[in-house]
Design a protein around this ligand. Structure first.
Ligand code: SF4
Length: 351
């Protein structure tokens, strides 16, 4: 049965220009549109009635035609290392996850957000990849994750979120427009006013869309989930590589760097006996010559019945040392939030 609520549109799906046009049509002055946008994107208000500087008749008109569909907190888990994982419920009942990764000693408080319900890319080491892709999140649903996690961060650490990474559930470049729109809201002075330099979008590697980012002259950082430095191995663990092989990806990244000069990093989960040998390090170093790149080596977190083992610490050290010798910037990241399944590749809405 269709109800009146079903046919109301979420006002946050309208662009700024569309809201301005709407208010013009309603015979309202332009500043009223700005007031509403401020309530929605700066103050995070989700109820027209609470927009107290609008005339009552206008609030009623808006409530009659529109709704606001915020995400809500479904479950919060705290890791012993300070990481906080949140499960959020979307208006249609679907669940997604976001993770706060605090590093107070560096003044760094990073939120990792999701951009799809599930994922279509089936990377073999990833729990999300075992869930079917259901739908993309809209820009407001992505934005809300940052707002809600920012509140958690203020509560727990008396510090706002400093960085946002699009590395949660889903492939950001397959939710392209919504991801860019959400970043627009996060970085706009009319939104959260964050610097794009503090935002990183991580892709499993969709060459065409990396070129699109370059053509759109985005200002945020880009990370490639590389995880293997030759096609044979990469095809095995990331089926997306079959249509986007390393040569095509390197051309796309090079194009991205030439056009934007934005920072590029490679994410590299170290799997024992698969991609952690010196030979792998040599191949990886060869992918670091065409543009400046930082390599983040990440400790693997086991997911249920996946046939991977994490690489030994001394093997990772040798691997990293080789890259450093080649003047490549490398960081080795110990995983965070493992005890609550919040680490890289572990997000899967587990009960
Ligand atoms: S690693 Fe990312 S792209 Fe690959 S299956 Fe998981 S969520 Fe999807």
């Amino acid at each position: 049965m269709t109800t009146a609520t079903d046919i109301k549109k979420d006002i946050r799906l309208l662009s700024d220009a569309a809201v301005e046009d709407l208010f013009k049509e309603m015979g309202q002055p332009a500043f009223r549109a700005r007031q509403v946008q401020e309530w929605l994107w700066q103050k995070g208000v989700h109820d027209f009635e609470a927009m107290t500087n609008l005339p009552k008749t206008l609030r009623e008109q808006l409530s009659a035609s529109f709704e606001i569909r915020p995400i809500s907190v479904d479950k919060v888990q705290h890791s012993s290392d300070g990481t906080i994982k949140s499960r959020f419920r979307l208006h249609d009942g679907h669940l997604i996850e976001a993770v706060l990764i605090p590093v107070p000693e560096d003044g760094r408080f990073t939120v990792c957000v999701s951009c799809q319900v599930g994922c279509s890319l089936t990377c073999k080491f990833c729990a999300t990849g075992r869930m079917k892709r259901v739908r993309n999140l809209d820009a407001a649903e992505i934005f809300d994750q940052v707002v809600l996690v920012n509140r958690q961060c203020l509560d727990a650490f008396k510090h706002p979120v400093t960085n946002v990474v699009y590395m949660g559930m889903g492939e950001p470049l397959l939710a392209y427009r919504n991801v860019l729109e959400s970043i627009g809201r996060l970085t706009s002075p009319k939104g959260l006013g964050m610097s794009p330099r503090r935002i990183t979008v991580s892709t499993a590697g969709i060459a065409k869309m990396i070129r699109q980012l370059a053509d759109d002259e985005v200002r945020f950082n880009l990370a490639l989930s590389l995880h293997a430095a030759d096609d044979e191995k990469r095809n095995e663990i990331m089926p997306i590589n079959e249509q986007n092989n390393l040569s095509v990806l390197m051309d796309a990244l090079s194009y991205f760097y030439q056009k934007t000069r934005n920072r590029i990093s490679y994410e590299y989960i170290a799997f024992q006996g698969i991609n952690d040998s010196l030979e792998d390090a040599v191949k990886l170093s060869e992918l670091c010559v065409r543009f400046p790149v930082r390599v983040n080596i990440i400790e693997y977190n086991p997911i249920d019945d996946a046939p991977f083992i994490k690489a030994e610490a001394d093997q990772i050290d040798r691997f990293a040392a080789y890259l450093r010798k080649k003047d490549i910037m490398v960081t080795v990241r110990r995983s965070r939030g493992k005890d609550i399944d919040a680490a890289c590749g572990q997000l899967a809405n587990k009960a």
